[in-house]
Design a protein around this ligand. Structure first.
Ligand code: ZN
Length: 189
């Protein structure tokens, strides 16, 4: 099992370098938020998930995104924080998967020092932490078929650009997504 020869000087977090391979990721895993949440590794690519280690009341901050660094490349692991900017989380928040009925909101509407993961509902110890990818992503680099099991599952997730306004309106999304959706609406005849 080889490890990357060089790491970014800005971070030693390597989860996003494993391309979803749980064997690679588990081998070097050190929780970034012990006591708050940790990764449960599962066989298969992109099957691992993030699990709460304590309760988080609705509206509370689960974690600040204080490890985030700008990313010029849009990847499965990046999060969009404005019309043009993307970040690597460099923490276990990377394993917060998509759900069409999310428990977590990645709030990136304010300045970088306010970026945070918030509880959208009361979260209990053992709950899987999931957010709604189109709440940050406009047009995704890796669209996928969703099997989250939610009643309102959107089936195909490819970013907010591809979701009708009335459907998107039922979700908590970031300001850049609201702006892009409004522009898209104005551009159509
Ligand atoms: Zn779904």
């Amino acid at each position: 099992m080889s490890t990357p020869a060089t790491l970014s000087s800005s971070s030693s977090y390597t989860g996003h370098l494993t391309n979803g391979d749980p064997r690679l990721a588990k081998a070097s895993y050190k929780p970034t938020h012990p006591g708050s949440f940790e990764v449960t590794f599962r066989e298969g690519e992109y099957n691992s998930c993030l699990v709460a280690l304590k309760s988080f009341p609705k509206g509370s901050v689960i974690a600040m995104m204080s490890h985030a660094t700008p990313s010029k490349t849009i990847r499965y692991s990046t999060v969009q924080v404005s019309e043009t900017e993307h970040i690597e989380l460099n923490s276990d928040l990377l394993y917060c998967n998509h759900s069409c009925s999310p428990s977590v909101h990645f709030n990136v509407s304010g300045p970088a020092n306010t970026w945070r993961a918030e509880a959208l509902r009361d979260i209990h110890e053992g709950d899987v932490l999931e957010f709604f990818y189109p709440s940050t992503e406009w047009d995704m680099s890796q669209p996928f078929a969703c099997s989250c099991g939610a009643k309102n599952c959107l089936s195909s997730i490819s970013g907010a650009k591809h979701i009708p306004s009335d459907v998107l309106a039922s979700y908590v999304v970031n300001d850049h997504i609201k702006r892009l959706k409004a522009e898209q609406g104005q551009a159509q005849p």
